[in-house]
Design a protein around this ligand. Structure first.
Ligand code: HAM
Length: 488
């Protein structure tokens, strides 16, 4: 006979049991968490600075691309597609060896053949190459080209700055007239205005390489006594590329800049006259601009006019987040071995524009919702459905469907959720008879019609329900007919 357990013993056993259970549960939870951690770590992830543009953003992107295309057409620019991969030296020769892009941001590698190649960091050098390669100097000048596509810069990612980003660019090659500079700025302003983003153009002239040379001596002389106060980056700039010191964000430099010589005072007469003309044209076109003596831009190929598009009311990050920028690059084609050919252009960052659209709640008009839903029962109906959809597309009747679902009930639930006016129902019997059922979703009335006539009948019904001719409208209830199909 087993000795009877005391109450105390029983309680202890019970507590121990609970503790054991709790410990087991904890162990299981820990193992599950570890497993989940392992699973998550093994999931594919994006590279830093790269992003997916998901379907719910596409409306804004489409609106932006459509607006760009319309303005490009209106101004008679021709589209050019350029390769994403180019020989590295195309960029090192043009953008400037001391620029941030060439120094640290370009994605460069050797391909299988040992060629040094780069993911394009910008489009202007490629357009200039294409102009030379395809003998475009034989075309009526200026040649007006635009492009849109991804660019790559291994920059420090932050809001509005990515390692892969989309640019649209406009280039006019073959004219040194000031009207060209102005027209490009007007065009940039037009695109952003049509989208609904107010901007001010920041503008400056950096003249010719000759007048800049004298200015750079002055600028370096001015900063030399303050050299010790500068950070390492600015010291390097002062030594290697003094113009870029004007672009510094360091408060010490910003303070010093107020007393620094300004490039406009070193412009020769031709450069001055060109700049004045550009400004006059902008006044004429009523494009808001601000003279910015510190605007120099980060690429070395510029001459004369340089400009950036700054969003109004963008208090903080301004220059870092310019929506676009550009200028004249009269020496670039010659630098690449072409004939001396003046040119001007600009590019805008699409992510930055889309971000501003989101902040301003700028959206494309909603896509008209489908008024018709197609429900099918069985594979024969699916096959006929494929053909029917082509007819609906030609008749411009948007038709929704839920092909993945099999039961009629589930399909009608989707139709109800979508709020369509009519559902077409095609079962095996209808396929054999060459008919289809039209169900009025408000009244529930169903009619069987000849499948060959369904498109025209639908067209008529939709016109009537849109109130085109309300008098000819036959109440749906009067059309009610029995159909063999029951919904379950
Ligand atoms: P950019 O100023 O280097 O100029 O770039 C133009 C625009 O591209 C910028 O204003 C910005 O909106 C966008 N962008 C640049 N880098 C990034 C980034 N990391 N992430 C997001 N957006 C960015 C050029 O590229 C010249 N090729 C423009 C030009 C054309 N000059 C004459 N013709």
């Amino acid at each position: 006979m087993t000795p009877k357990k005391t109450n105390e013993e029983e309680e202890l056993t019970f507590e121990e049991e609970i503790e054991k259970k709790a410990a087991e549960e904890k162990g299981k939870a820990k193992a599950a968490a570890e497993e989940e951690g392992r699973r998550r770590r093994s999931l594919p992830t994006l590279l830093r600075g790269f992003r997916d543009i998901l379907p719910d953003e596409q409306g804004k992107w489409n609106l932006l691309r459509d607006t760009i295309r319309q303005v490009a057409d209106a101004y008679s620019f021709d589209r050019i597609e350029l390769p994403i991969l180019e020989k590295t030296d195309l960029f090192t020769r043009t953008i400037g060896k001391q620029s941030d892009i060439i120094q640290k941001e370009m994605y460069v590698f050797e391909d299988q053949a040992g060629d040094k190649v780069a993911l394009r960091p910008e489009g202007t050098a490629s357009v200039a190459r294409a102009y030379i390669n395809h003998g475009m100097l034989n075309l009526p000048q200026p040649v007006k080209l635009w492009y849109l596509g991804p660019m790559f810069r291994h920059d420090r990612p932050q809001a509005g700055r990515y390692r892969q980003f989309y640019q649209v660019g406009f280039e006019m090659i073959g004219s040194n007239e000031a009207i060209v500079d102005a027209q490009l700025i007007v065009l940039a302003h037009r695109i952003l205005k049509d989208i609904g983003i107010p901007i001010t153009v920041q503008i400056n002239s950096i003249g010719t390489p000759e007048c800049r040379r004298e200015y750079l001596v002055e600028l370096t002389n001015y900063f030399r006594p303050f050299r010790k106060k500068l950070n390492e980056d600015d010291k390097r700039r002062l030594q290697k590329n003094p113009l870029r010191i004007l672009d510094s964000k360091d408060p010490v430099v910003l303070e010093l800049l107020t007393g620094a010589p300004q490039i406009v005072d070193w412009l020769d007469e031709v450069s001055k006259a060109h700049f004045m003309k550009v400004l006059e044209f902008l006044d004429e076109a009523e494009v808001p601009y601000a003279l910015n003596p510190y605007l120099v831009r980060g690429l070395d190929y510029y001459t004369h006019t340089v400009f950036e598009l700054w969003e109004d009311g963008d208090g903080g990050e301004l220059a870092q987040n310019a929506l676009g920028g550009g200028g004249r690059y009269d020496g670039l084609l010659e630098l690449l071995g072409g004939r001396p050919t003046p040119a001007c252009g600009f590019a805008m960052g699409l992510e930055r524009i889309v971000r501003s659209m989101a902040e301003r709640n700028i959206d494309p008009p909603a896509r008209p919702a489908s008024k018709v839903f197609f429900a099918q029962l069985g594979d024969a109906a699916r096959r006929v459905g494929l053909r029917l959809f082509e007819e609906f597309r030609k008749a411009k009747i948007p038709v929704a469907e839920a092909t993945g679902k099999n039961s009629l009930k589930a399909q009608l639930e989707v139709a109800n959720k979508l709020g369509v006016s009519y559902t077409l129902i095609l079962g095996q019997k209808e396929v054999l008879d060459g008919t289809i059922i039209i169900r009025d979703m408000d009244s529930g009335a169903q009619e069987i019609v000849d499948i060959k006539k369904v498109t025209s009948i639908l067209q008529r019904k939709l016109e009537q329900s849109e109130g085109v001719n309300p008098l000819s409208h036959t109440p749906v209830a009067d059309q009610k007919q029995g159909t063999g199909i029951t919904i379950e």
